[in-house]
Ligand binder design. Structure first.
Ligand SMILES: *[C@@H]1O[C@H](CO)[C@@H](O)[C@H](O)[C@H]1NC(C)=O
Ligand SMILES: *[C@@H]1O[C@H](CO)[C@@H](O)[C@H](O)[C@H]1NC(C)=O
Length: 378
């Protein structure tokens, strides 16, 4: 009984609505005239559906978006509906100018123009721009997912993209292997961004920073009020808290380090597992075994810009304390370490090498490399 009553009420509602819609359609003038049609409502067709009220002899002092010649009052309504930020449009019948405005403020009496005023303030959020694929790191096939397995605090990494407010404080690893600390509800206090471009996700924005030379930090507004991704040359010091918890900002950080036990290194070995991978002999006589898409991630004692992994290893070969290198292709940074063993972290955009001793050492009896290296006695 109860259900039938509700069903009838719902049916009655739809019938009334349909009748109203028909009446409105039937009563709509093909050409709007003033002052006769003052107060009439007009709803623009999809996809940009906006209901406007015609206000004859009125205009607004709101912030103007643009001026466009239009043939009719009606076309001016459509023109406003087509702009996501248009909050009203004034049509001047003598100049045929359709002026669009971006603020929703009441109209005032104004001779010579008639306004289309939406019955409610339009949602200011623009649709997001189309997604952009991230550049992949080096020659590595995909974004790094396995690094977290090596980290005691795996939960502090965002490996599969980053969002706000959920991932506040997490470290984002970009597609090309940069590490960025994400802070939600933050923005940058900087007068001159390095670049500004619309992006559809926070992850895209951070990847864009990672792929842009000179970028140290980035911010994104999640469509409120814009979709702009802003890149900066400043770091953490210029970040500040803001009121929107969906806003995200991140700055580059040094790649985090781990504790790794040294492998036992066998000189001139042809047996597995030591024979796998390519080797490189530096001019100073040091032999390195190289791995792609990996890094040791151990504490580094020095870092320097290097044009290639080869240059990075050559430099390492001249430094007595140096046992391993991690080279990051997109920044060109070479990290010198003392890890005697295979790199453990799988991460795209990086390559690594570690010293396996001296080239030709097995042919000689005793020391090599001038006896300068600490691991000669192995
Ligand atoms: C409407 O257009 C006419 C002709 O260009 C111009 O003189 C007049 O100032 C305009 N009115 C308003 C309110 O902008
Ligand atoms: C890292 O990659 C290698 C292949 O290059 C694979 O054998 C290994 O299981 C990976 N490690 C992790 C932790 O995913």
């Amino acid at each position: 009984m109860m259900h039938r009553t509700i069903a009838l009420a719902v049916l009655a509602y739809f019938q009334v609505t349909a009748v109203n819609a028909q009446a409105a359609a039937a009563g709509r003038p093909s050409k709007y005239e003033c002052p006769k049609d003052h107060g009439l409502k007009y709803t623009t067709p999809p996809p940009n559906v906006v209901t406007f009220e015609l206000k004859c002899g009125q205009g607004t002092t709101a912030k103007r978006i643009d001026n466009t010649p239009k043939n009719s009052q009606k076309e001016c309504a459509q023109h406003c509906a087509d702009h996501p930020q248009c909050q009203s449009a004034d049509y001047n019948w003598s100049s045929k100018n359709c002026a669009r405005f971006s603020e929703y403020i009441p109209t005032i009496a104004m001779a010579g123009v008639n306004t289309w005023f939406p019955t409610e303030e339009r949602n200011k959020q623009e649709p997001p721009p189309p997604p952009q694929p991230a550049r992949e790191g080096g020659n590595c096939p995909r974004a790094p997912l396995s690094i977290v397995e090596h980290m005691a605090d795996a939960a502090s990494f965002a490996t599969d993209g980053v969002t706000c407010p959920g991932d506040d404080g997490k470290v984002f690893i970009s597609a090309s292997g940069n590490y960025m600390k994400n802070r939600c509800q933050h923005e940058f206090d900087s007068p001159a961004p390095l670049a500004v471009t619309p992006m559809s996700t926070l992850t895209e924005c951070y990847n864009f920073c990672s792929d842009t030379p000179g970028c140290k930090s980035a911010s994104w507004e999640a469509g409120n009020p814009s979709w702009l991704c802003r890149l900066y040359t400043e770091g953490e010091e210029n970040m500040r808290k803001c009121s929107m918890n969906i806003h995200g900002a991140a700055h580059m950080i040094e790649p985090p380090t781990i504790e790794a036990a040294d492998d036992e290194v066998v000189l001139c070995s042809t047996e597995c597992p030591h024979a796998h991978g390519q080797t490189f002999d530096t001019p100073s006589g040091e032999r390195f075994r190289m791995s792609c898409c990996k890094r040791h991630g151990v504490k580094t004692f020095a870092q320097e810009h290097m044009p290639s992994l080869k240059a990075c290893m050559t430099a390492c070969g001249t430094v007595p304390a140096c046992q391993s290198v991690d080279w990051h292709q997109s920044t060109g940074m070479c990290y010198f370490g003392k890890h005697s063993g295979e790199p453990n972290i799988n991460v795209s955009g990086w390559s690594a090498a570690y010293s396996i001793g001296c080239a030709g050492a097995c042919k000689k009896e005793g020391g090599c490399c001038g006896g300068a290296k600490g691991h000669d006695e192995l």
